[in-house]
Design a protein around this ligand. Structure first.
Ligand code: NAP
Length: 247
């Protein structure tokens, strides 16, 4: 077996990001994650990862800011003794409204975090992965990036963009056997979906062949697969974790 790996997960303080941190920690991987402002939630992620017996570091950083991304990558590499073996771009936001009413700032905010933030992180970490001759990048897209969704033009554009960037970087890094894949969740129970009304949640549930909302752990298992050596020959793929929603 090789040395202990280090993973950097964005938006690891809550929801799917926290489930990914704890899932990778259970695989014995040291964890660095960032969050934007929720320190209390971040401390809980730290506690859960430490319970798995790995080293963990939580850092406050806004991924829509390129300088903060550079700083985050530097600190993560320092923590990993010069290495970041796995990058999971999970941090994301929504600012929903029908297109006719969508404000410029709501469009920009979603693109800045979901698309540009993912770009800043992939650009910085892939350079390090090329030097260390190893890497697994997993990006969080969404079925909305594949199917579209009324009221989420900004979010759909950002998540479709994440798929385009995933496939492009997968092609750029393939000769070095560094893999870049995406996981596209359907509707998962987190704070993000908690903001929906019960009626809206029920309507979505009816559109899911499984008639059930997914759990953050369902998504984390798919991310852990792409991050593992079992997925060494898989790159540029998008795996829907959605109870059949995008069939
Ligand atoms: P969530 O519960 O709202 O958690 C979002 C996480 O991202 C938090 O840790 C948050 O930190 C962090 N974050 C937000 N903006 C940030 C920024 N500018 N810089 C750094 N960190 C930031 O979201 P979730 O439901 O777990 O979703 C995780 C990912 O899955 C997202 O990319 C989302 O688009 C995608 N996804 C979710 C669903 C779903 O149904 N939930 C479906 C499809 C795709 P703070 O706590 O500090 O704000």
């Amino acid at each position: 077996m090789g040395e202990t790996k280090t993973a950097l997960i964005t938006g690891g303080s809550r929801g799917i990001g926290r489930a990914i941190c704890t899932r990778l920690a259970k695989d014995g991987i040291n964890i660095v994650f960032n969050y934007r402002s929720g320190e209390e939630a971040a401390n809980e992620t730290i506690r859960l990862c430490e319970e798995c017996g790995v080293k963990v570091l939580g850092i406050r950083a806004d991924i829509s800011n390129p300088d903060e991304c550079s700083d985050l990558i530097e600190k993560a590499a320092e923590f990993g003794d010069g290495r970041i073996d796995i990058l999971v771009n999970n941090a994301g936001i929504t600012r929903d409204s029908l297109m006719g009413r969508m404000k410029n700032e709501d469009f920009d905010a979603v693109i800045d975090v979901n698309l540009k933030g993912t770009f800043y992180m992939m650009r910085g970490v892939s350079k390090l992965m090329l030097r260390q001759k190893y890497g697994r990048i997993v990006n969080l897209s969404s079925v909305v990036g594949i199917m579209g969704n009324a009221g989420q033009a900004n979010y759909a554009a950002s998540k479709a963009g994440v798929i385009g960037m995933t496939k492009s970087l997968a092609r750029e890094l393939a000769s070095r056997k560094i893999t870049v894949n995406a996981v596209a969740p359907g509707m998962i129970a987190t704070d993000m979906t908690d903001a929906m009304t019960d009626a809206a949640k029920d309507a979505v549930k009816q559109s899911i062949p499984f008639k059930e909302i997914g759990r953050p752990e369902d998504v984390a298992d798919a991310v852990a697969f792409f991050a593992s050596d079992n997925a060494a020959y898989i790159t540029g793929q998008v795996l829907c974790v959605d109870g059949g929603m995008a069939i």
